[in-house]
Design a protein around this ligand. Structure first.
Ligand code: SAM
Length: 308
């Protein structure tokens, strides 16, 4: 892996005075955490279930994961969701995590490749090498510029039709969760290593609206901790016929969620908006669909804060 400006910048200190962990610190923290990391499954499970339910891993051929930790998510994918001929490649900077994941994925050794990274967020794979790029609870410990670098790299790595699959800590979506967020942010600002270097983040703010369209976006809360889930496709590749599914899981009806490839048929968001306008004016089937608000869930939109 290229030890470049793409790695976590050791010297970067944001204006706020908050500190992002350096690669060396990440290694030290996660080497120390080791298998205790699995306890975070308590609040991560619901979010990763949500990701699995909306990222169609069943049709994936090649998955790349940043920060595989103990390999728990990779094992779930390989055991239950990925087709037998698919392959999985993961990168993590912590030797302890690498060892735990290696043991956990032992029986998938012919399909799963675990790499020990140097912190660089440029990866030695060809363009379009993967059809899923995953990062669960990793972006929330990267500095903002590094998040941007990773997302750009994901764009390069994703083949046409591929999906960026993200889960992250986010801001509290319920009253108790908002209190947890406050305490969490305080700990992070005071001693980031106490919270594994992670802080609440709004994933949708990290995506370039001109480049990505959301296939699924949700916020779930477990044990007082809110997580945001994003499944996104690139506009340039996003011309396949899943528009309806996307529209129906769109949390707040913003253009960002709905814009599709403009190559042949134009932006379906605009069409949808005009359909909604017609529906509001005239009622009928369009009105029923528009007012149904799409897929029902206990999920709350991070960006709108509206309960669905
Ligand atoms: C909070 S843990 C999440 C682990 C796992 N994805 C999960 O959800 O349980 C973050 C992981 O990302 C890894 N990590 C952090 N920065 C990284 C980087 N630049 N490259 C590769 N791995 C990184 C850490 O070593 C750690 O294992």
């Amino acid at each position: 892996m290229r030890p470049s400006g793409g790695g976590i910048d050791v010297s970067r200190q944001p204006a706020s005075g908050r500190r992002y962990l350096t690669v060396a610190q990440v290694r030290a923290v996660y080497d120390r955490i080791g298998r205790i990391q699995d306890l975070q499954g308590l609040y991560e499970r619901r979010a990763t279930n949500e990701l699995i339910a909306h990222a169609d891993f069943e049709s994936a051929q090649a998955v790349f994961e940043l920060g595989y930790g103990t390999g728990a998510f990779a094992r779930r994918l390989l055991e239950r969701h990925l087709p037998p001929a698919s392959r999985y490649v993961g990168v993590d900077v912590s030797p302890r995590m690498h060892e735990l994941a290696r043991r956990r994925l032992d029986r998938f050794a012919d399909r799963a490749e675990l790499r020990l990274g140097d912190g660089s967020l440029h990866f030695p794979f060809k363009d379009d090498a993967f059809d899923r790029v995953v990062a669960n609870y990793v972006l929330d410990l990267l500095a903002p510029t590094d998040i941007g670098i990773f997302i750009e790299e994901a764009r390069r790595l994703l083949a046409p039709g591929g999906l960026l699959c993200l889960a992250s800590l986010t801001f509290g979506a319920t009253r108790p969760a908002r209190l947890v967020t406050r305490v969490w942010e305080w700990l992070w600002a005071y001693r980031p290593e106490l919270v594994g270097g992670c802080r609440p983040l709004r994933l949708t703010d990290q995506l370039d609206r001109g480049a990505w369209s959301l296939r699924h976006h949700a916020v779930v809360t477990s044990f007082g901790v809110s997580s945001e889930i994003v499944v996104a496709a690139q506009h340039r590749h996003d011309a396949n016929p899943t528009t309806t599914a996307v529209a129906e899981s769109d949390p707040d009806g913003e253009c960002f969620q709905l814009v599709r490839a403009r190559s042949t048929s134009g932006c379906s968001c605009a069409r949808r908006r005009s359909r909604r306008r017609r529906a509001r004016a005239g009622g009928g089937q369009g009105a029923a669909r528009a007012s149904s608000g799409g897929k029902r869930s206990r999920i709350q939109s991070a960006s709108s804060g509206r309960r669905r």
